[in-house]
Design a protein around this ligand. Structure first.
Ligand code: J2J
Length: 544
């Protein structure tokens, strides 16, 4: 796989090793250490199940052994789709142990996203859940097998007694376990998902070295310890709850992860109270719901020490309410699955915590703020964020054209975020250049939805833009030019759903136009569409 993604230049790699960021050990190291030294300690609580470090490591080892015994090899790839259940971590570590490189699709993803990922990595293994609508029968599995003859194995959670039962593969040891080995520490460990701004979802190769550093340093920054109890309320595979410091940071520190099926406040409050949860991570849209619900449930939140908020813009007015209403400290986190993560520090002045998104995790994160020509801008001027460093990736998987656009000659990744940096190095996110909608932390690539809308026979032009929304931060709004009569919004949504996209990507509003506004060079003028929304925010679904 090595040739399919870029690596750090040798000089930078040796600097990261010298400075102790890269330890040349696999991402499974912390779990294995903990299993050996405090195996009885609780690693995961999931519903009524309590799983110790020894058990988690054993399950991961069982699955790794069986996968190797059944012919899978280091460097093979897997497509995984599991919800927030303990098995997510057992599978994550099993695949790392066996050197099988996974893509962890979100549980909200549907056929089109899964096909998109499978087309890129050509998996030999599929791990999914019968509880997902796509896997309630075997049709999609057969279709995936037809598209990908190399897909030889599939395992399903909730399958009952069958050779494809994931639970069986996790819980039964192999009599004569074969040897297995993770991929090399400098090599890709798994793929993270990009929020995306292009027509096809992009994959981010993360190496053991770079991810392990970001997890370790984040755990330290957040002062995690064996006493930490972390509520995983965001999708377990997302970079934030996985690594900032997320579940992997908690495992590194010897603490315990409590699984929540969603960030819905009342069910989370009950879990916090029952399991004495000390910290969690939320997107701003969920925090707003927690702030509303908390006044009647303060006692349930007594154990909560730290709330991390990130993934989308967090309004200062809400940030200021967190300590008084939720009774815990706030930490703002501005991160990306591509790498760079900024944190406010636990001992920062409250004003810094309320008004900024913090500073980079690592002293060797090189962050530049540049204009559209790539020229660096003075402190206090907003511009495009560009970054390189010990845990920021060096290129999307199999995407040379896109990589050429988002990396500059010096290897800096241009994230598409517009940011400001103050004299103390604290960053504020002030806008976005990339063509993306951030719908309550869920990212939608405008181009992906535009391409799908254009597959409708009546639609001749489509442009998807963000519309500001009090609850979600942003909603998605599709402007379309169509032949008469225009298809109705419900029909268009059904059309998109039938194409197989995740429901969160469906446009919230449709506007039908007679003609699209165009720029001087003849491109769709999204700027003027956004302005139109700002002027007439309540103009709703209609016909030309
Ligand atoms: C404004 N925009 C933000 C913030 C992310 C930790 C935390 C979040 C993510 C994440 C992550 C923001 N204010 N505080 O991976 O490890 C927007 C930016 C960014 C994009 C990345 C982590 N925090 N964003 O959200 O890959 O636009 O990662 O480039 O999903 O979310 O999205 P994603």
């Amino acid at each position: 796989m090595t040739h399919l993604y870029h690596q750090w230049p040798r000089k930078m790699a040796s600097r990261y090793r010298r400075r102790g960021y890269w330890l040349d050990r696999p991402l499974t190291h912390s779990l294995e250490q903990r299993a050996a030294t405090c195996g009885h300690a609780l690693a995961v609580i999931c519903g009524e199940r309590e799983i110790s470090y020894a058990e988690l490591n054993q399950q991961a080892g069982n699955l790794a052994a069986r996968l190797i015994a059944s012919g899978l090899r280091p460097g093979d790839t897997a497509l995984v789709q599991l919800s927030n259940v303990a098995e997510f971590y057992a599978v994550f570590f099993a695949l790392l142990k066996a050197g099988i490189v996974a893509v962890n699709a979100l549980f909200s993803h549907r056929r089109l996203e899964l096909y998109g990922y499978a087309d890129q990595v050509q998996p030999k293994l599929l791990i999914a859940a019968r509880s997902h609508e796509l896997f309630s029968d075997d049709r999609i599995i057969s279709k995936l097998r037809q598209r990908h003859p190399e897909l030889r194995h599939h395992l399903l959670l909730g399958e009952g007694a069958s050779e494809h039962s994931l639970e069986h593969w996790l819980n039964s040891a192999v009599a004569h376990p074969p040897q297995w080995q993770p991929t090399a520490a400098g090599d890709v460990a798994f793929f993270q998902l990009s929020g995306g701004s292009t027509g096809t979802p992009k994959l981010i190769p993360r190496t053991h070295n770079d991810y392990d550093y970001s997890v370790r340093a984040s755990a330290e920054l957040c002062a995690l310890s064996p006493q930490s109890r972390y509520l995983c309320a965001l999708p377990a595979g997302h970079n934030f709850p996985l690594s900032s410091p997320g579940a992997l940071g908690v495992f590194h520190a010897g603490g315990c992860v409590v699984m929540a099926s969603s960030p819905e406040p009342l069910s989370c409050f009950a879990l916090i109270e029952r399991h004495a949860v000390t910290m969690t991570a939320l997107v701003p849209a969920a925090v707003a719901l927690w702030l509303q619900a908390a006044p009647n449930h303060r006692a349930a939140l007594r154990s909560l020490r730290l709330l991390q908020v990130g993934g989308a813009s967090f309004a200062e007015a809400q940030a200021r309410q967190v300590p008084s209403i939720l009774g815990c400290a706030l930490q703002q986190v501005f991160g990306m699955a591509e790498g760079l993560v900024n944190y406010t520090r636990l001992d920062d002045d409250p004003e810094v915590i309320f008004t900024t998104q913090g500073r980079p995790l690592c002293p060797d994160d090189e962050v530049r703020i540049v204009d559209e020509q790539g020229q660096q801008l003075p402190t206090g001027t907003s511009g495009i964020l560009a970054v390189r460093g010990p845990y920021t990736f060096c290129g999307y998987f199999k995407s040379p054209a896109h990589n050429a656009r988002v990396f500059d000659d010096e290897g800096f990744y241009h994230s598409g975020d517009l940011v400001l940096r103050d004299a103390n190095g604290n960053v504020k996110v002030v806008g976005r250049m990339k063509d993306q909608i951030n719908r309550g932390g869920e990212k939608i690539a405008a181009e992906e939805i535009e391409h799908l809308l254009l597959q409708h026979p009546a639609i001749t032009q489509a442009a998807v833009v963000a519309q500001s929304d009090p609850a979600l931060g942003e909603k998605s709004c599709a402007f379309v030019v169509s032949s008469n009569p225009s298809p109705s919004p419900p029909l268009l949504r059904r059309f998109l759903l039938e194409l197989g996209i995740a429901a969160y990507k469906l446009p919230d509003h449709f506007h039908f136009l007679a003609t699209m506004p165009l720029t001087a060079v003849g491109k769709i003028d999204k700027h003027s569409l956004r302005e139109r929304l700002a002027v007439h925010p309540f103009e709703c679904e209609g016909t030309p």
